[in-house]
Design a protein around this ligand. Structure first.
Ligand SMILES: [Zn+2]
Ligand SMILES: [Zn+2]
Length: 345
């Protein structure tokens, strides 16, 4: 048997002597050019199957683009590939590909020029943004009343700040639309995770409760799973600090609205207590600070205090508690009337 190219009688590889084989051997199939995608909107680049935010096209992305588009001969072992950017003209990179590896027990090294072109595209996140896609709706509501203009303005500012913070790490953190309704304001948010964080923080800011419900809105065939949209209802309380509420048949004055609980004064006992937002469904607002009245103490006995009803000036006897024990006859005091009973504040 002879080498097909030089008639040598040495050991043959694919019909060629070692020298001819190594000369003719192509360790890699190099296309005319390789490509990588860049989002025209946000500049993200596609790396393998993922879109990544990078500062700009770097060597690693060029290297990945080349590796994706070349085919390495399976006979080549111990392969090492490096790429070098020789020149950059706009969206075209002229590169040199260095291949190093072992074939038929000989180490070879070959260089190939290759062009890498930037392909303008739209990343999935931008495509969602431009199509108005949203995963969640924050429904801002007030319990048993309308939201005040001040509350709406505060919530708008709060949400806008939250979005600016969250969109640095989540491109779906955007508001598609803000819709003013009779019952409140709806904010359509691109990302469920961001919407959830905002809803939780809104509750911390305004008090009240957050309730979540979700519905199937479609089906993703490519991943064979249902697509959901979530509604996050943030319900801020009907009452404010200084209002009077009723909870489990007991009247309270609201002293402080916190993120986890409401600090209240029990008007029967004159003591401070707490009601958590989980229990808050049963709270009813009964009076406001505007309903506070003034009256006079007419008598004090060891167990009772006598005052005048501010509406009809009839005397009323009330049991003394720790709060009222320190008062004196003739003193002017503030009272609130709830369900025809008078409580000293
Ligand atoms: Zn030969
Ligand atoms: Zn993009």
């Amino acid at each position: 048997m002879f080498c097909l190219l030089c008639d040598s009688e040495e050991k043959l590889y694919d019909g060629l002597c070692k020298k001819c084989f190594l000369r003719e051997y192509k360790p890699v199939e190099v296309p005319e050019f390789a490509t990588f995608k860049v989002c025209s909107h946000c500049g993200a680049t596609q790396k393998h199957d993922k879109w990544v935010q990078t500062g700009y096209y770097d060597d690693e992305i060029i290297n990945d683009a080349i590796q994706k588009d070349i085919k390495i001969d399976p006979k080549l072992e111990d392969v090492e590939i490096t790429t070098e950017i020789i020149n950059n003209r706009g969206t075209v990179y002229e590169c040199m590909l260095h291949i190093y590896g072992k074939v038929i027990d000989e180490y070879i090294e070959k260089d190939y020029p290759i062009e890498v072109k930037v392909e303008k595209s739209v990343c999935p996140d931008c495509s969602k943004f431009y199509s108005g896609y949203y995963e969640a709706v924050i429904q801002l509501r007030a319990d048993e009343r309308k939201l005040t203009d001040e509350e709406i303005q505060k919530a708008d500012e709060f949400i806008s700040n939250e979005i600016q913070r969250l969109c640095k790490t989540n491109k779906l953190a955007y508001v598609v639309e803000r819709i003013v309704l009779k019952e409140g304001v709806d904010y359509q948010i691109g990302s469920y995770n961001s919407a959830h964080k905002i809803a939780v923080n809104l509750q911390k800011q305004f008090g009240g409760t957050v309730k979540e419900s979700r519905k199937i809105v479609g089906h993703d065939k490519s991943r064979s799973r249902d697509l959901y949209r979530t509604w996050l209802s943030v319900r801020i309380p009907s009452f404010n600090r200084g209002d009077f509420i009723e909870y489990e048949d007991t009247p309270y004055e609201v002293e402080k609205i916190g993120s986890h609980k409401i600090t209240v004064k029990n008007l029967k006992k004159g003591e401070e207590e707490h009601i958590t937002w989980k229990q808050a469904d049963d709270i009813r607002k009964v009076k406001t600070a505007d309903d506070i009245q003034e009256t006079t103490i007419t008598n004090i006995t060891p167990n009772e205090i006598q005052i005048l009803d501010p509406d009809n000036y009839m005397t009323v006897d009330l049991k003394l508690n720790d709060n009222t024990r320190k008062l004196n006859i003739g003193e002017q005091i503030k009272v609130i009337k709830i369900k025809d009973r008078i409580y000293i504040l």
